[in-house]
Every structure is written in C-alpha cells, then in structure tokens.
Design a protein around this ligand. Sequence first.
Ligand SMILES: NC(=O)c1ccc[n+]([C@@H]2O[C@H](COP(=O)([O-])OP(=O)(O)OC[C@H]3O[C@@H](n4cnc5c(N)ncnc54)[C@H](OP(=O)(O)O)[C@@H]3O)[C@@H](O)[C@H]2O)c1
Length: 396
Amino acid sequence: MTSLPFTLRWGILATGGIATTFTKDLLIDPETRSAGDIRHVIAAAASSTSASRARDFLSSVNAPSSSKAYGSYKELVQDKDVDIVYVATPHSHHYQHTRLALEAGKHVLVEKPITVNAQQCAKLRQLAQEKNKFLMEAVWTRFFPLSREICNLIQNGSLGNIVRVYADFSFWNDVPTEFDTQHRMINPELAGGALLDLGIYSLTWVFMALYHTQQQQEPATAVKKREEPVVSSAVTKYETTGVDQTTTVLLHFPSTGAHGVASTSIQVATTPNPAHASPDAIRIQGTLGDLTVNYAPRPRTYTLIPAGNEKRGQPAPFAYQVVTKHEDIPGGGHGMFWEADECARCIRDGKLESGVCGLEETEVVMRVMDQVRRQGGVVYPEGIESLEFPLGGFGL
Ligand SMILES: NC(=O)c1ccc[n+]([C@@H]2O[C@H](COP(=O)([O-])OP(=O)(O)OC[C@H]3O[C@@H](n4cnc5c(N)ncnc54)[C@H](OP(=O)(O)O)[C@@H]3O)[C@@H](O)[C@H]2O)c1
C-alpha cells in the first residue's frame, strides 16, 4: 500500500522577484522530479503594501483560487492554514520577519542571508528551538543533486585531500550605477553590498568543500566540533553608500592547511559575456585531481580533471569527464523546489534543522561575513543590526 504524500502548506511573505520564482517552483508537480512523497500547497501570500498586491502576485504565479491574499505580514503569520512561512523580503528585514513568523508558531524558510549578522542568526536559532519549529536559510544551491554528488565525492576521498578552493560569484547585469543609491543591492538601509547578496554563494562553495564535509564523529560519541576558518579579506566600497562592491575573502583551515578563496563583485562578472561561459566559476583542488563547477548559485555541470600523479604513485579514481546534471531543470522549474522538498521532509520527520543546510553552519558563515565587514569597515544602520523586536519601519 502506498502512503499519501505529506502536504506542506506555505505562506509567502513578500511579493518581489524571488518570491515569484520560488512560488512558481512550489507549484510544479513533485512527480516531475520523483518526489512523490511530498506535496506543496500555496495557502496564502502577503504584501506589506496591500491585499490587492498580494492577490495580483498570486494570479501572476497561477496559484489556486483557494490561496488567500493578505495586506500585512501579521495577518499571514496568524493564518491557521499556514504551516511554514517563506520570508522573501530584503536581508535587512529577515530578522524581524522571521521572528514574527516564529513567534506566531510557524516553521520558517528564510531567504539568504538568514540575517544581517551572526548574533541575529543565533537568536533566531534559539527561538526556533524554544518554539519547537523548523528553521532554515534558503541556500537552494546546496540542494541541487549535483551539489550533493560533489559533497559525496569530497567526503569519500575521490579527490584526495582538498588543498585549495576558489569560488567566485560576481555579476553586474542587473545592478545599476553606484549613484542609484536606493537599489536594494547598493542601499545600506537594505543591507546592500556584494558580500551579503552574492558573496554568500562563493562562501557556500568553500564551506561545502572545506567545512560541511569535515568528518564528524559518530553521534554515539561526543560530536566533534568542525573547525572554523581563520578569515582575512580585502573590501572595496562604493563611495556613495559605503557598502561593498568587490570583496575577496581568504579562509584558512589551520588543521589541514586548506585555503579557500571566495570572491564577489558587482563591478565585474564571473561570466561577463553569455557567449563565453565560464566552466570553472568554482575550482576545488584535491591531491588526486580538480573538480570545477560552472555556475555558483545554480550548478548544472561539473568537470573532473584527474591529476597526472605518476610521481606520487596515487592515481585518481576517475577519468576526465564533464558531468551534466539537470541541464533542463525538472518540470521547467528554476531549481528552488529541492530546498522546499527538504523543508517538507524535515517537518514531516519532526526535524528542526536540515542536515544539508543546518543552522550551526549557517551561523559560522554569518560569523565569517561579520569579520569581513569589520575588516572592510562596512557598517549598516543600527536598526537593521539590532536584536530588538519588534522594531518600527519593518511593516510589522
Ligand atoms: N535565492 C536566490 O536565488 C535569490 C535571488 C534573489 C534574491 N534573493 C534574496 O531574496 C531577498 C529578496 O530579494 P528580491 O530580489 O526578491 O527583492 P525584491 O524584488 O526587491 O522584493 C522584495 C520584497 O520585499 C518586500 N518588502 C518589504 N519591505 C521592503 C522594503 N523596505 N524595501 C523593499 N522591499 C520590501 C516587498 O514586497 P511587498 O511589498 O509585497 O511586501 C518587495 O517586493 C533578498 O534577501 C535576496 O538576498 C535570493
């Protein structure tokens, strides 16, 4: 006898660009990606502006007519038909809006970066535990089957010891000039800057290769803490607003000696011209060979390059190959449904955190970004760095 799929009922908090992409992905039949054990329902959406804007949003994504439209975030989090809230406001607002949803007793998936700083992240983590609710940062990249496969290759030693990782995510296509100071990516009031918006993907790849995959002891023994990196960085800021436009972070893991270089910019691009794709936005270098990945946030192809290791006497356990997975994302989607499926399965199984994108690692990444901002002198307004809740000016 086959059991019924587990149904997760979503409330979409905000109606901007990524909320649209994510919600469209939620509406794709999970069977198209062999995920028949779960089902997603759009229970409601809310706009801080008006209920009619939320209604227009729901129509634009072809949500079912049963989905409710709210003109405030407060109403959304009170809805008894909502199990999980997807927070898709600018990062400056993530702490306030995630807290709003957790305080109301909802599970939360919150867009990246989870918060503006590590102490806000720690507070949300503590609150989610107290409330017995699931909480995850929406780093969708980690849930691509290709990313899972790469982590397995690293963990099972196929690449040997990982010595160095380069990861870049830079683009300027959608970013206006430095004088367009109200734009979300440049405006300090919205926690703008390359690091928090794009650099988090570069850091994600360094973390997947050098932190996530660190061997932990069996749960039966005391859990070994993973080693945090030593951080140094260079930051170039916009003169107009003081947020970072180009940032490079060097992460050093002392016990293995591994180096990670995570770079980001909104002045130049990883792929400056679509006619000339970069096959190696990410380069993971092990003693048995290299693995390169084509595109940081939405990886579709990786290449294995065995080292010519005759002198070391250790041949790589793989031949040169280009591995393409999901060139066409299943169901015509964007690839955000894999993280949504993880939320559904964790909640179904009573887990408060994901093993793929857990809050301990999220908090360490936030601590790295805090250090980089301190080193580069990127300062945001007090209100958006605050732990205080609720604060005025956040549509609460
Ligand atoms: N995972 C990804 O690939 C990805 C891609 C892009 C962005 N993101 C993340 O998603 C978040 C939102 O980005 P986005 O590109 O969707 O931004 P966006 O298009 O500007 O949308 C943000 C939405 O937040 C709401 N909002 C509430 N208060 C706001 C304020 N003071 N200023 C601006 N908007 C406000 C608005 O919706 P209402 O008026 O309806 O309330 C607005 O439509 C960011 O944290 C970003 O890092 C993730």
